[in-house]
Design a protein around this ligand. Structure first.
Ligand code: CDP
Length: 244
């Protein structure tokens, strides 16, 4: 158990949330003019932008795949996004997050439609408060749809964890730092396929099952918000074109 109390007497967390509650979410689609698709995603105090470019010709040419498009993902934390200024540029953590985030999204992208091409996804963390990899995956998934990339479904992601002996949804920074377990999960809600599951800490099998159920419920709620944001954007642009 941690020294710092993370669950209050009334059963609520330090920010007033119940164990199964998400932080407030805000999603904006198509925020960047020069990207083929983009999304701004807020999850509590996390502020994240995703930009998608492509399908476009892949350089260098020897890296092209004649059967499918290459999906590339770069996660980057701005130096000012954390409490203590971060050295700019890639580090071990961002290389790892870029890899697992790409793997979380690749199963839904129909890359075979674009042989020799590249689909580039950039995620920039502007402000962080734990859960940035999941916020980045959510943003990237919406940005891919905004770019018109053919997909089998949207990917939604959220972290779950254990704090003060309780399984809770969507850890904020203090819970991530002082809690007993942190488990980011990404899934294709439509097909119920988990595409990312990492775990830092230890739990019993029963606790793991509860945590996974909670993460799945959280992903479903996020999926609804992603869907709504995309529908709103596209009904707006059709109205502007004089369609509807
Ligand atoms: O962000 P996420 O939970 O996906 O990944 P993490 O590696 O578990 O990091 C948790 C949090 O620690 C981040 O969201 C940041 O708020 C913070 N962090 C930091 O302050 N400085 C770093 N160099 C890396 C992370």
């Amino acid at each position: 158990m941690s020294e710092i109390k993370l669950i209050r007497e009334d059963g609520r967390r330090l920010d007033g949330r119940l164990p199964e509650e998400l932080r407030p979410i805000k999603i904006e689609v198509g925020v960047l003019k020069r990207a083929d698709g983009s999304c701004y995603f807020e999850l509590g105090r996390n502020k994240v932008v995703a930009a998608v470019y492509g399908p476009r010709e892949l350089h260098p040419r020897h890296a092209q795949d004649a059967r499918r498009a290459a999906v590339r993902f770069r996660y980057n934390m701005a130096p000012f996004s954390v409490e203590e200024r971060r050295r700019p540029g890639p580090d071990r953590r961002s290389v790892e997050i870029s890899k697992v985030s790409r793997e979380a999204l690749e199963p839904v992208i129909i890359a075979e439609y674009y042989p020799r091409a590249a689909i580039d996804i950039f995620v920039e963390i502007l402000e962080s408060d734990a859960g940035t990899r999941t916020a980045g995956i959510n943003a990237a998934s919406v940005a891919l749809a905004d770019a018109g990339i053919p997909m089998k479904g949207l990917v939604s992601a959220v972290a779950v964890g254990k704090v003060d002996g309780q399984i809770v949804l969507d850890l904020m920074s203090e819970e991530d730092q002082y809690g007993e377990m942190d488990m980011p999960v990404a899934m294709v809600t439509r097909t119920n396929t988990i595409t990312l599951l990492q775990m830092d800490g230890r739990v019993t099998m029963e606790e793991f099952d509860r945590a996974l159920d909670l993460a799945i419920a959280g992903c479903r709620r996020i999926y609804e918000l992603q869907r709504k944001a995309l529908i709103e954007k596209y009904s707006e642009s059709r109205a502007e074109e004089g369609g509807v």
